[in-house]
Design a protein around this ligand. Sequence first.
Ligand SMILES: [Zn+2]
Length: 511
Amino acid sequence: MRLEPVIGLEIHVQLKTESKMFCSCPNCGDLEAPNVNICPTCTGQPGTLPNINARAVEMGMLISYALGGEVAGISKFDRKNYFYPDLPKGYQISQFDLPVSQHGKLSIRLNEGRDGEREFTVGITRLHLEEDAAKLLHVDGGDGKSSLVDFNRAGTPLAEIVTEPDLRSPEEAKAFLQELRLIMRYLDVSDADMEKGQLRCDANISLREVPEDPKNENWSTQLNPKTEIKNLNSFRSVERALEFEIKRQTKLWLDGQIPSILATRGWDDARGVTVEQRTKEESSDYRYFPEPDLPPMDLTDTRDRLSRTVPELPEARRRRFVEQYGLTLADARTFCDQPDLADYAERVFSELDAWAASVQSAGGQALTPERAAKLVSGWVLTKLNGVLSAHKLSLETMKAGPENMAELLTMIHNSQVTGTNALLILEEMVLSGADPSQVMEEKVLGQMENLDELREAAKQAIADNPKPVEDWCGGKTTAVQFLVGQVMKATRGKAPPEEARRILEEELSKL
Ligand SMILES: [Zn+2]
């Protein structure tokens, strides 16, 4: 028997609007002391009336467009009735039959080892808007039985995104969520940080038998009752919980106990297991009905305006980075996964264009696009990141502007500075914002123009190190590398290594 996992996700995204979904309280989540940003509306007092936050609706529409959804002309809010201590009204304002959008899809390119990749597409069933609940805090100490309610979160705008059961592995589910988080950041509608609860995910999973012969047409692709896994608050926990659930359900299948009812399980991250919770409500249990205090929304005009404002999305940007700048797909991916780093790189590339012209007119070796791509990936992606993490800085807090970075890269390209010293200059630029050529002059890091000095250092290295010299003379040509190192040390890194090697070999052959 061959079984395949059938996985769908339900994702809640907290939208970063100024105010809450249905009142004018500030939308700042957990940043404040408990119960500070509250009013009669978001605490569910009798007689209060909700007001729709237009910006939240626009954000929901933007996400819909980014996910290729069809945005509704008319959309409305409904009451979803259930009781829970964090829901003072006894119902949540959500959307039932006329959500903001339906029928979207998102394609993901999954990295499979070195340069390998596979694309899969996930259908987006719908996107609807709703309000977040309050937060219960279970207090330790005292009688150990108390819970407190913080209403700051109550009424935070949420976009709920429901996918089709199109995912076939925990790895796909994780990759999908990561891409979704990035899209939220590109759209600037949410920081989508899972650990802060800004992006929350429930995963639905069932197994089904697949035919040994894929051409078998009599096979049913019917779905089996699913298990919903709750309380997933990191990408890692989504992956682990699904892996666990596949193992657990496979065993049930093999034991002949195929899950026959919908079930809800919670993920226990510490123990690495899912734990049975209540059985899942069907939507009829919520007794949805249209929210009588809110008129249906006509989105037709907003739709026309907003569909033109969707910015470039991560996947389009990756493809452009490969085409326009000649970066490898892996480098393009690393850049585009960090939007601020990608912005910075684009500005460096554009500054480099100007420098390329000046290199050309000075008769230097042409700064080709291939060379520029190598310089930017080597220095912005690798070296700059290294310097930043060594000094616990970020792109925002460091001082090396793209213009100075481009100048440094041009100096490296023109062999005006060795790699070792360029790194020292970069560090100085990051810390003080200084101009690279100025740092080079002030700290005398320029490469030696005086070859006599270099030749002296080479002769000295030969005189001081008889063993490698003997090895070299005996035919072990790699021994020269040690001498190059000695020359670099003696010249405090100023010597161009290729030149040092050439002169050393010249001196050695005179012996
Ligand atoms: Zn309020």
